[in-house]
Ligand binder design. Structure first.
Ligand code: NAP
Length: 258
């Protein structure tokens, strides 16, 4: 070990390849940029080609990125509710040390107005897509031993807000898979964890700025930023958390919701 290595902080992703879904916007974009800053090669995916290309361009200029650090990133657009597009994405990934499943839709409808097709769409995007992507990555042996899987849940999985039922149900279902999956992949030193943020200022929720500003007053530590979530994801992806699995990490700014 040389002097430089001896003093390197362990909170890094150097040498790792990380797939980030939902990287065309909000939390996924921040996760991709911060993972690259932490030294990872990232594979970014989302549906919107133009916004995905913007993320790729930002990867090269991420603040703090060291020269040469941003090379080798891969960009592959895919609708994760389409099995064929998911298969193309997995083929493009190469070997991975981590996955952050940030893709998701909001999905708000009170029960009296809920259509089954809408509920199915929310479940497809928020629950089945990350699950089936994980299954395919395992089947194709795309995940290296020790890989860390991070799923984006929400405190909505545990709270009751009028109209948010479809979204809450999809996140609760996702969290239900974490424990069993963690046990299933532990023999290969792989890990599965969820992050459950409260409100985070992204296009998913910030269309009505006045509403969001009002909600922000309920958060003792203020609303989350996409970077807050990204730093938590980096902790779960890095080797420093190698004994942490099967958990849900709340990132809720202290809002009393239990
Ligand atoms: N913002 C919050 O307050 C908050 C709080 C708790 C949890 N979360 C969770 O955090 C995650 C990211 O949310 P965000 O706030 O960053 O939302 P966002 O800005 O709206 O981004 C959502 C991302 O998901 C992608 N996506 C949606 N459906 C997809 C599909 N079928 N196939 C592939 N990609 C798809 C979108 O791709 P395109 O735009 O390219 O279509 C976009 O990149 C979600 O799982 C969300 O539930 C958010």
């Amino acid at each position: 070990m040389n002097g430089q290595d001896m003093f390197q902080h362990p909170f890094h992703l150097r040498g790792k390849s990380v797939l980030v879904t939902g990287a065309s916007s909000g939390i996924g974009r921040a996760v991709a940029l911060e993972c690259a800053r932490a030294g990872a090669r990232v594979v970014i995916t989302g549906r919107d080609q133009a916004r995905l290309a913007q993320t790729l361009a930002l990867l090269g200029t991420a603040p703090g990125a060291e020269p040469g650090q941003a090379s080798g990133h891969v960009c592959c657009a895919a609708d994760l509710t389409d099995p064929a597009q998911m298969a193309d994405l997995v083929a493009a990934c190469g070997a991975l040390d981590g996955v952050v499943h940030a893709a998701g839709v909001h999905g708000v409808a009170p029960l009296r107005m809920l259509r089954q097709s809408f509920m199915q769409m929310v479940l497809d995007a928020n629950f089945l897509a990350p699950l089936m992507l994980t299954q395919l990555l395992l089947a194709k042996k795309s995940l290296r031993n020790g890989a860390s899987l991070v799923f984006m849940s929400s405190i909505a999985a545990h709270t009751g807000t009028v109209g948010v039922g479809p979204y809450s149900a999809s996140k609760a279902a996702l969290e239900g898979m974490i424990g069993p999956l963690a046990l299933e992949i532990a023999p290969r030193a792989m890990r599965a964890n969820a992050i459950a943020p409260g409100l985070v200022d992204t296009p998913l929720v910030n269309e009505d700025r006045a509403w969001l500003d009002e909600k922000a007053k309920m958060y003792p530590l203020g609303l989350g930023t996409p970077e807050d979530v990204a730093y938590t994801a980096i902790y779960l992806l890095a080797d420093i958390s190698r004994k942490v699995t099967g958990t849900r990490l709340h990132l809720d700014g202290g809002i009393p919701w239990t």
